[in-house]
Design a protein around this ligand. Structure first.
Ligand SMILES: [Zn+2]
Length: 266
């Protein structure tokens, strides 16, 4: 090898090496997606999502009770209960009888860096004897749908996926999803424990589904079905404020335990 060739080789090495040695993906960001960016205020933010609204009444009971009416009342009652503790900031995805797209409900939670998303609904089924509350978390099979939505909605993850190659972007969404799911499951379990005995629970009360509002990869989320409007007794109960407040107190207790329990953040 001539001297010239050696010098050229050394120069090439100098040019190539630093680029090769530098971390490729995490130069400007934390190595893992941060699930909870530093908030300006230390109070956790709870986003309450009253299901349906406006032109979408949701389920309609035999006695004429609209699901959207029940969810609006319950959400407002929960908001008051949580705010009265002074421990949380609370936002509603809608505070009047309007229709809000699912995307916009999640967008609000993500953009405001919500610590917990609670969607409130009332169930309905063809069998009028079925009654009781249930709690939904995201189903395994919905994970890929969540990934597709991250891409299609151009959701900005805390680590900017646009700058990542696809496999790395997928891994980051995956990591965020797994951590979020762990938190969602933890809250769901606390809530189920606090509701059991306070109200009738439907068999198999912890359910999993791919509901759109559960799909945010970085906001722990559950969907609470307060009872069945297709059941006359449940409909009658959900009409009464005392019953709804009893249920919402179980939710507040669960939020408290979630944020202050052993090993919990906040
Ligand atoms: Zn519903």
């Amino acid at each position: 090898m001539s001297l010239r060739a050696v010098i050229v080789a050394m120069l090439l090495t100098l040019l190539v090496l630093p680029a090769a040695a530098a971390p490729r993906y995490f130069e400007n960001s934390a190595p893992y997606p941060r699930l909870k960016p530093e908030a300006a205020t230390p109070l956790p933010l709870i986003v309450i999502d009253p299901g349906h609204g406006g032109r979408d009444p949701g389920a309609i009971g035999q006695g004429g009770l609209y699901e959207k009416t029940v969810t609006t009342s319950a959400a407002n009652e929960l908001k008051r209960l949580l705010e009265s503790t002074g421990r949380y900031r609370v936002l509603l995805t809608r505070n009047s009888d309007i229709y809000v797209e699912h995307e916009d409900r999640i967008r609000l939670a993500r953009e405001r860096h919500a610590d917990l998303f609670i969607s409130i609904h009332a169930d309905s089924t063809g069998s009028p004897s079925t009654r009781g509350a249930s709690v939904y978390t995201i189903a395994d099979r919905a994970r890929n749908r969540s990934k597709r939505i991250v891409n299609s909605q151009n959701w900005i993850m805390d680590v900017d996926l646009a700058e990542q190659s696809d496999p790395v972007g997928d891994i980051l969404v995956d990591l965020a999803q797994r951590s979020t799911e762990t938190h969602s499951e933890a809250f769901a379990n606390i809530l189920l424990g606090n509701m059991d005995g306070k109200t009738r629970m439907v068999g198999n009360s912890h359910r999993r589904a791919g509901y759109f509002v559960l799909l945010a990869p970085d906001v722990p989320a559950i969907l609470l079905e307060l009872g069945f409007l297709s059941n006359a007794q449940d409909e009658k109960l959900l009409k009464t404020k005392a019953h709804r407040v009893k249920l919402m107190k179980a939710v507040r207790r669960s939020v408290d335990e979630y944020f202050t329990g052993p090993g919990r953040r906040g």
